[in-house]
Write a new protein. Structure first.
Length: 86
């Protein structure tokens, strides 16, 4: 089983009617927190984007499926405290 240390970063919007957005970070083997990203290659250049969603569980499922190519059944997840950015 893969052991995964993650934490969520919540970006709170200025508009009170809009939902906040969650990003996800993982801890590297040297102890640095890094955002989990995906790359879109367009042939003449590439763009790197963060995985983001307004729901933490959907974000975690998306990252496990697309980035790590596994499900929650085969991963031990250690979740660290949330960070809020205003």
């Amino acid at each position: 089983m893969k052991h995964l240390k993650i934490r969520f970063v919540e970006h709170v919007n200025d508009d009170p009617n809009s939902e906040s957005e969650f990003l996800i970070q993982t801890k590297s083997f040297i102890g640095i927190w890094k955002y989990i990203t995906y790359t879109i290659d367009m042939g003449y250049g590439s763009v790197c984007n963060y995985y983001s969603n307004s729901d933490k569980n959907k974000l975690l499922d998306e990252v496990l499926e697309k980035h790590f190519e596994t499900t929650r059944k085969f991963v031990v997840i250690e979740e660290h405290p949330l960070i809020k950015i205003y």
